[in-house]
Design a protein. Sequence first.
Length: 366
Amino acid sequence: MLRENSFPKSLLQHVMVMFLLLGALSACAPDAVQRSLEPAKIAFGKVNRINVICDKEIWESHIGDSLEFYYGAAYPILPQPEPIFDLRHVTMEDLRKDPLRKELRTYLVIGDLSNEASETSALIRQDVGQEKIGAALSENGYGNSVAKNRWAKGQMIVYLYADSEEKLVDNILNSYSAVAKRLHQADEKIIEATTFFNGENVSLAGEVRTLMDVQMRIPEEFKAAIKEPDLVWLRRETSEASSNILLSRVPYTDEAQLTREGIKAIRDEIGKEYISSTLPDTYMRINDVDLPLVVETTRINGDYALEARGIWDIVNDFMGGAFVSYLVYDPGKAELLFMDAFVHAPGKEKRDLMQQMDYILKTARY
């Protein structure tokens, strides 16, 4: 028989800890214990998808039309119109009936706080807090707030609220640019994961760096179609789409190159010299007749650059698609860096694909 002082000290301590743990668990509420043992929920959902939580009356009114007008506007610039965001209406009742809807990634919660009977307004008051709401409403009659990870990890919820329907429309209009920017930033991790799902082509990236003096992340599936000292053409061919990247060093001559006409001339010259279909006398050009060529100034790695978006077609053939170009001016060099991505995906949606291609270009360091 074991005497008390012969009981192993470490084993005795272990037994005591187990009793204490069991006692603590039994003292907790059963649902609290259950939640503590459940794995954390991870939010899911597609890029560019917004789940709009609002009352049915709001969604079917002019307020819903305003949401569609801004968030559902056409993505620039694609051969066939596609919206900037895909909107899906969700009511509070929908959330109760299907709890899985609470695990989606991106939400807009829209509420008219003057409607005391609104469940959505009640949710906003609960989540945002009366003090913050009061301060916002006293200033201009509306306000907005952002929360993360409310129902699942990786979740973003944007609350737009006002003290009247008219002010709610003003809120949607005035906050759109800032809200859209935050939603796009939240999507970037998903875009990156999708773009480089199969890894990176490190050897091809090394060749690009040698030829173009550009460090760029290149997805594994891309292959080199042309490798020359002044131009590199990378391609990825699948059964659904042809994705392409052009990189070129262009001698800098004067400021006229850094204009709409200048970037168009550079792209058209490359298209005419290097890109054609299987038919004779064909070449690529910018088609700014059917859709406009949109050119804006921007910054790439802190340097002045032009960004051009439009559609291309093949002369003497029936091919076309979307493209985005960047023309970067580096004051320390006597040349311009031209970067371009274009796709050919007949009958397929191109918005998400163009976002992936744009993301690749923006990984460039030079």
